[in-house]
Every structure is written in C-alpha cells, then in structure tokens.
Design a protein around this ligand. Structure first.
Ligand SMILES: Nc1ncnc2c1ncn2[C@@H]1O[C@H](COP(=O)(O)OP(=O)(O)OP(=O)(O)O)[C@@H](O)[C@H]1O
Ligand SMILES: [Mg+2]
Length: 241
C-alpha cells in the first residue's frame, strides 16, 4: 500500500465569524501530483498554510509526510517544501545567494548547499545564471528559482501555491516538466493552479468551493461524473452552482 503523504481530517479555519476552510478531508498518496483547485478566496492558501504548520487550525487534524502537523514542527519543516503564492525570494540577492539562504534556513551545511545547488541549477534551467541578481531575472526564471529553494533540502512533500501565475505558456510547460521529474523521483506534489490545462496534468484534483471540497477525483472521472466535456466546464458548473 502506498503511504499517505498528506492527510486532513475535518481541518477547519475560521477568521472571526468567517469560515475560510470548512471541514477539509483529504488523503494524498506518496508520489502523487495532487491539484488543489478552487476559485479566488475558496480557501486554498489557508488550507496549505495549515498543512505546512504555518497557521494553527481552529479544529481538525492533519498529518504530512508521516508527522502530525502541530507537533515536532522542526522535523516537519525538514520534510516539506513550500513555495508560497507570493514567493519569498530576496530580490537583492543573487541566484546562488538565494539558494544558500534557504538552504541555511533548512539547516543544510554549506557543503550540502553547494552539492544540491550544483545538481538543481542545470535541472532548473538556471545554469549560467548563478551570479545574476534575482531582481533582474524574468518571472519564469524566478519561479524556477523559487521551486529550487523549496526543493533544496529534498523534502518528501512539496506544496506549490500557484507557482505558475503570470508566466507564459512555454515557461509553464517547462515548470511542469520539473514537477513531473520530482514526482517521478518520489516527491509528493500538492499544487494549486487556476490554469485548467495544468489541472489536466495532475493525477487527481479537488475543487474547493467556499471552504469545502465540492469534487475530488481524477480529471477524467470528474468529467465523466458531471457530463462535462472539459475540466474547465466541471469547474464552472461547481463554482456557479
Ligand atoms: N488572516 C486572515 N484574516 C481574515 N480573513 C482571511 C485571512 N486569510 C484569509 N482570509 C480570507 O479567507 C478566504 C480564503 O482565502 P485564501 O487566501 O485561503 O483563498 P485562496 O483560495 O487561496 O484564493 P486565491 O485563489 O485568490 O489565492 C478569503 O475570503 C480571505 O479573505
Ligand atoms: Mg491563494
């Protein structure tokens, strides 16, 4: 049996009287590419922040990479990577300096950071860009660098919150090649996107509507069960309902 990489049971977060995430139940297997879809404000980022241990839930439980979220948070941090929606690269650092900074945050030695960077830079298509100031990079490059920063410490599970927002179709496809390579290497990928072509690349997707999972399954199963022709139509049916 494939081990469970991400598990949520009744995971709930309220902000005052408003419920942003409402009893989220999920199970994602190790090595899966799971698409976490939903309209703006559906609660995706809030759920991811809870799964990463960055935001305490109001109620419910979660476990990620075999650890209960909320306990042993240092161990949890080592097992997960997080690329936030507004990714947190330092514009005034160079490419390698950003990698070194994030490696340091994850407690990697300088030697390990050097080894991992040497391996990742060509994979990310950033060879020759080492000394460039991050501020001067095109957005597609910044996104690949942010992915590299999230993968440097070899996490078991990586959370990517709208990693391809605003980049061109070619850059998006290159980014997805990297996601596939990570998943093939056994990394669990939990990714949000508003691009339905990307949703089609996922093994399974969930569609969140106002804090709740309204649909969950493989892209083809969701189309079949709703009679929709495209995943975009499935999405629109659920969100407009
Ligand atoms: N700290 C907060 N305080 C109050 N409300 C919040 C807070 N964080 C998020 N919310 C609200 O919770 C809801 C869900 O927000 P969230 O950012 O999780 O949505 P999302 O699905 O990630 O949307 P998007 O696709 O735009 O990124 C929104 O209505 C948002 O305004
Ligand atoms: Mg969000």
């Amino acid at each position: 049996m494939t081990p469970v990489a991400v598990l949520a049971r009744g995971l709930t977060r309220r902000f005052g009287a408003f419920t942003a995430v409402d009893h989220l139940d999920l199970e994602v297997s190790a090595g899966e590419i799971f698409g976490f879809l939903g309209a703006n404000g559906a609660g995706k980022t809030t759920a991811i922040r809870m799964l990463c241990g960055l935001l305490p839930p109001t109620s419910g439980q979660a476990s990620v990479a075999g650890l209960e979220v909320g306990r042993r948070s240092r161990d949890l941090k080592r097992r997960i990577g997080y690329m936030s929606q507004r990714f947190s690269l330092y514009d005034d650092l160079t490419v390698v300096e950003n990698l070194a900074f994030f490696g340091g945050v994850y407690g990697l030695s300088a030697e390990r950071i050097g080894q991992r960077s040497a391996l990742l830079l060509p994979q990310l298509g950033l060879d020759g860009q080492q000394a460039r100031l991050t501020a001067a990079l095109p957005l597609g490059y910044k996104q690949r660098l942010a992915l590299g920063c999230a993968l440097l410490h070899e996490p078991a599970v990586v959370f990517l919150d709208e990693p391809t927002g605003g980049v061109d179709p070619l850059a998006r496809r290159r980014f997805w090649d990297l996601i596939y390579a990570e998943a093939a290497a056994g990394v669990t990928v939990f990714v949000t996107t508003h691009y339905m072509d990307e949703a089609e690349y996922c093994g399974r997707v969930s569609i969140m509507v106002q804090g709740r999972i309204a649909a969950l399954g493989t892209p083809s199963a969701l189309k079949e069960s709703t009679g929709a022709r495209t995943l975009q139509d499935v999405f629109l049916q659920l969100v407009e309902r």
